[in-house]
Design a protein. Structure first.
Length: 543
């Protein structure tokens, strides 16, 4: 899901990534205690050189204020506390971070900035081993849990995440373990007096304690005011009930005022799919408004972008983005069934992932008439030999055969890595396939009395990749306008008496030369706009 830069979701994501980068470098610095205290302190100087500079301070403080402000605003807008356990853990851990971390910040950054106190590892580890070690350990775990949940929600809609998720979860366990072990080992070295320790003067300690108490009191006042605001909002919701929402299964829910349709569904028996956790980062919560769609405000922001890209009718909306004020009748388009939850929560492909890829269609020309002259067994043998040779070229150039279509097939390139490599590999594979066809013709020309011919169409664009079928045997495929364009380009080879047609988007991103390629502007069936294509005859295509 792509975000406009001015949306709250975009800035919450960016600020969260900045805070995570700070926490990650901090924890990795802890882990160096397993090597030696000197190495910890040496790397700490480099890390603090950035984060304690004016640009680093502005970036970190701005990210913290932005992230917590947007998070509190999102929580305040909730109209139900029914949610998945993981979402509840993320909210609770996020609220705990500023409360648990206030003392640590004052004992390090504040006293350093105000008094020039050298808060190096030796001093801090000495203080921790004197009794605050368990608190800091819990604080580290809370920060890490909150961060990894947020990262998982952000990454799970990425096409490559299923392949990298084992690495992600391994690191999510390994990094905090190393960090905790590292500071424990560093504290052990401090206890043996391996380095001199600096302490605050009585005056500095008294001033620091007063500021710390004031800051802590401020945090609790803000937290208390926030809780009272939420309770007041719930009281207003109780006094002024929202509309009645009717679901396709016959259930009805009296909605709290101001609740999103996703929140309302969690109050009743009907459950909406929400892979991104209701953050507007996917479209799995989309639903059909069967009655009352005219009472809803027009879609904006992330919802508008998603619906326009998928070309949905006006009565299909995202449940996490709409707040009904009038009665509605709705039908989830992607209902969650209990049997699907284990796979759907960790497999983004189950719901579909939008990505820019290169699609290739290949068709064996005149095979139907040829098959009428051959014995059925000979036809099957010939067709399998053709597929074997062509699929080898696809795989050689890092593509995959998506599906076989009678006497042709569809292949996908660029599912991993850069898009330029995908389009380049597809065109090189097409050239290799035409060369391989000549060798295949040498094998069969005497047996079948004629040469095989084929047409290839290649196009680069956005498509939805998803696993289609049951949970155990569902195969991945691509759907969308880009797939249709590639199929129609392949069919145009009949009109231009050519072997290979490549769209301008595929050729321009490939970086390959255009020697011997003819270009035309054509209108494809079902499309209003003109598309530029490049046509290769056998000699040019195989060059």
């Amino acid at each position: 899901m792509r975000y406009q830069w001015w949306t709250p979701e975009f800035w919450r994501m960016v600020s969260g990534l900045i805070l995570f980068s700070f926490a990650l470098t901090h924890f990795l610095n802890h882990a160096l205690g397993l090597i030696s205290l000197d190495v910890m302190m040496y790397v700490q100087d480099w890390r603090r050189g950035f984060w304690r500079s004016w640009p680093g301070t502005f970036l970190l403080a701005g990210a913290f204020l932005t992230h917590i402000s947007l998070a509190l605003w999102k929580i305040a807008k909730r109209r139900t506390w029914r949610m998945p356990v993981v979402e509840a853990v993320q909210i609770i851990s996020g609220l705990a971070i500023p409360i648990m971390g206030a003392g640590h910040v004052f004992n390090t950054r504040v006293v350093h900035s105000l008094y020039g106190f050298d808060d190096n590892y030796a001093v801090i580890l000495n203080a921790i081993k004197m009794g605050a070690g368990w608190k800091q350990s819990i604080f580290l775990i809370v920060v890490w849990v909150h961060s990894t949940i947020g990262l998982n929600h952000w990454l799970r809609s990425k096409v490559s995440y299923p392949n990298w998720s084992p690495v992600f979860w391994t690191l999510s366990l390994l990094i905090p373990s190393l960090a905790l072990s590292g500071w424990v080992e560093g504290a052990r070295q401090v206890s043996y007096g391996m380095t001199e320790q600096q302490i605050l003067s009585p005056q500095m300690a008294t001033a620091k304690e007063a500021m710390y108490n004031t800051a802590h009191l401020t945090i609790w006042v803000i937290f208390g005011a926030f809780v009272l605001m939420i309770l007041f909002a719930r009281l207003l919701d109780w006094i002024k009930a929202g509309p009645v929402i009717s679901f396709a299964d016959g259930s009805k829910v009296q909605a709290p005022a101001g609740a999103t349709l996703l929140e309302i569904s969690r109050l009743g028996k009907t459950s909406f799919a929400a892979v991104c956790g209701g953050r507007g980062r996917c479209t799995t919560c989309r639903c059909l408004i069967t009655s009352g769609a005219e009472t809803l405000p027009a879609p904006t922001g992330a919802e508008l972008a998603a619906l326009e890209r998928m070309d949905h009718p006006e009565n299909i909306r995202l449940a996490c983005q709409i707040k009904p004020v009038q009665p509605l009748s709705v039908r989830p388009l992607m209902p969650v069934r209990k049997a699907e939850r284990p796979a759907s929560e960790f497999d983004a492909m189950r719901w579909g992932v939008e990505q820019r890829i290169t699609v290739m269609f290949v068709d064996l020309r005149g095979f139907t008439s040829l098959a009428e002259r051959l014995y059925p067994f000979d036809s099957i043998f010939l067709l399998n030999r053709f597929f074997e040779v062509m699929a080898a070229q696809v795989e050689r150039h890092n593509g995959i055969v998506d599906k076989y279509l009678g006497d042709g097939f569809m292949a996908l390139f660029g599912m991993r890595g850069s898009m330029g490599n995908g389009s380049k590999n597809a065109i090189l594979a097409a050239q290799g396939m035409l060369a391989a066809l000549e060798q295949t013709n040498e094998e069969f020309r005497m047996a079948i009395g004629e040469s095989l011919r084929m047409g290839i169409g290649v196009h680069t664009g956005r498509a939805v990749l998803g696993r289609v079928g049951d949970l155990k045997s569902g195969a991945m495929t691509a759907l969308g306008d880009s797939v249709n364009v590639a199929a129609r380009l392949e069919n145009l080879n009949k009109e231009f008496n050519s072997e290979l047609i490549v769209s301008d988007s595929a050729l321009s991103s490939s970086g390959l030369p255009l020697d011997g390629w003819e270009h035309q502007e054509v209108e494809l069936r079902g499309r209003d706009s003109v598309i530029t294509i490049y046509i290769a005859r056998a000699s040019a295509a195989g060059a």
